[in-house]
Design a protein around this ligand. Structure first.
Ligand code: C2E
Ligand code: CA
Ligand code: CA
Length: 333
């Protein structure tokens, strides 16, 4: 198409794609049960006559399709060159992550967790990736890529092993014998049938006391086969390890499921702590979550505590443990 009509062509392509999606949305009845399909469409536009080959155009449409799949909101996506560089960068990160462990690019940052008297009762282990090119990437950016290419398994094992080694060092000092380390576990690690065995092996090889190891799982796990999840959690607790539900309140955990999970701790998401400074509605929600946790006999910990005021309000609401910049930032070493 000519440049002037590009907009009109794009609109036409979008309309066509929307109509296809609408048709696909119609429920299908299979063996008496209703099923609904979801679909994504990637589109690329080109000038005719042009220089791009059919293969190249298909590749561009495929990139647009990948972006549509990754987006939670757009089932239709158009290719653009910025998209291409994003995809290239992601691929580069993905490949580099496969070598992060062997290239010794990982580091563990520990952030203190305190009790109501501000005494340190534990640390959260937070992964840092010191890659020459991607140094500034936050785990929020690289963990999803590691999950997508399965390198999270090697990364997760590395974090667990280093955390357990650190526990052994802490246990050697009388004053920090009972200090815990909480390790984040990705749903991709947890869903694999061998996760419990991996934890057991690492505990045995390092000699760490399982009582001092806490595993942080997120609510998104609960969207899976609940019986399998409960079984895995129970086996982990049999090892002596405790389990925390991270980012609580942001996910999909239904209360009915929550009561069935063998948990030790609820970790209130930072968003609720931030809300304490705003509306009274926000505070009410935070208070409700704290009483819910306590009524289930769980330890309640709040994360992202940055101010004295937040700390005091959380204490009044019955929160027992706290983590946040007020008490210390994550630090390597
Ligand atoms: P998360 O598990 O919710 O970890 C807490 C995040 O909040 C950390 O970010 C921490 O640095 C940050 N934080 C702590 N206190 C405060 C505060 O007072 N204010 C503010 N604004 N932020 C605070 P970080 O280290 O960038 O990690 C981000 C996320 O990446 C983590 O969120 C976790 O989901 C994931 N992650 C980090 N390490 C690992 C890991 O070893 N394995 C897995 N699977 N995920 C990890
Ligand atoms: Ca966490
Ligand atoms: Ca969290």
């Amino acid at each position: 198409c000519s440049t002037s009509s590009l907009g009109a062509v794009a609109a036409e392509a979008e309309l066509m794609a929307t109509q296809i999606l609408q048709k696909l949305k119609a429920p299908l009845i299979l063996e008496g049960r209703s099923h609904q399909l979801t679909a994504c469409i990637g589109i690329t536009l080109f000038h005719w006559p042009g220089t791009l080959s059919g293969d190249e155009l298909l590749r561009q449409a495929d990139i647009a399709l990948k972006m549509a799949k990754r987006s939670n909101t757009n089932a239709i996506s158009f290719f653009d060159s910025q998209m291409e560089s994003l995809v290239k960068k992601r691929l580069e990160i993905s490949q580099a992550l496969n070598h992060a462990v062997e290239n010794e690019e990982l580091a563990l940052a520990l952030q203190p967790q305190v009790d109501q008297n501000q005494r340190i009762i534990g640390f959260e282990a937070l992964l840092r990736w010191q890659h020459p090119k991607f140094k500034s990437l936050s785990p929020n950016d690289f963990i999803p890529i590691a999950e997508a290419n399965d390198s999270i398994i090697a990364l997760g094992d590395w974090v667990l092993e280093k955390s357990c080694q650190k526990l052994v060092k802490l246990a050697a000092q009388h004053s920090s014998r009972n200090v815990k380390i909480s390790v984040n576990v990705s749903a991709v690690q947890f869903r694999r049938g061998d996760f419990v065995a991996r934890v057991k092996n690492i505990l045995q090889s390092t000699g760490a006391n399982p009582q001092n190891l806490c595993l942080e799982l997120t609510e998104s796990l609960i969207a899976d086969d609940i019986n399998f999840i409960i079984e895995q959690m129970a086996s982990l607790r049999e090892l002596g390890v405790s389990i925390s539900l991270d980012d609580f309140g942001t996910g999909y955990a239904s209360l009915a499921y929550l009561t069935r999970l063998p948990l030790d701790e609820l970790k209130i998401d930072r968003a609720f702590v931030r809300d304490l400074d705003g509306s009274s509605k926000g505070a009410l929600l935070t208070e409700t979550i704290i009483s819910l946790g306590r009524s289930m006999n769980l330890t309640v910990i709040a994360e992202g505590v940055e101010t004295e005021q937040q700390f005091k309000r959380l204490q009044k609401m019955g929160c027992q443990h706290f983590q946040g910049y007020l008490f210390g930032k994550p630090a390597i070493g």
